[in-house]
Design a protein around this ligand. Sequence first.
Ligand code: B12
Length: 162
Amino acid sequence: MDSSPLDELVDAFVNLEEDKVLNLVEGLLKEGGDPTDVLEACRRATTVIGERFERGEYFLSELVYAGEIFNRVMEAALPKVTREVKPIGTIVLGTVQGDIHDIGKNIFKAFSQAAGFEVIDLGVDVPPERFVKAVMEHKPNIVGMSGLLTLAIESMKKTVEG
Ligand code: B12
């Protein structure tokens, strides 16, 4: 049975075949494919990559490379979700202290902007004091805290208490 281009994309990403991934993404987007489906396929692939990392089949270098490939995919896909809209609110966003994962945060940011939010992005490894300062300054409707590590939960608690 032939696999769908999105399944092919997941396989190529899991195997870290950068050129194949980028060609498939370019083809899918050119044919009018939904950028959300493309990003979701890549997200699924990173879950498998994470499992391989846990089993000791992939190492830190593979996680780094997966991050780089994802960033290239986002460069192609995110402009397709961005559009000019009337501002509907403000979000202060950041990856909490101790965590530097930002791919999911950046996707959330792009979709929030496309929905009409102004996003104040504080970056990664953001200490509670910087969140507090940004909240005082921008008075946002929403505060978005990102974190993928288990230890990020502690940082989030501290930030909320801050
Ligand atoms: C790529 C990656 C990296 C890259 C990150 C590059 C980058 N610029 O982000 C690098 C190499 C830097 C990295 C480093 C590490 N990583 Co890492 N990494 C991953 C990996 C493979 C993919 C993560 C990813 O971005 N996926 C793509 C995104 C799109 O998927 P997603 O996160 O599910 O997306 C959604 C959410 O993020 C959500 N979201 C995110 N932010 C926000 C905010 C708001 C407000 C909302 C509403 C939603 C939202 O929206 C997204 C869209 O649906 C995961 C594996 C996995 N299972 O996730 C491990 C993983 C997260 N890493 C892990 C580990 C252990 C590490 C390291 C400690 C490894 C090491 N020994 O050094 C370091 C930690 C560094 C640090 N201090 O943060 C573990 C975490 C385990 C744990 N329970 O704590 C994982 C789960 C791998 C594993 N299975 O072991 N990593």
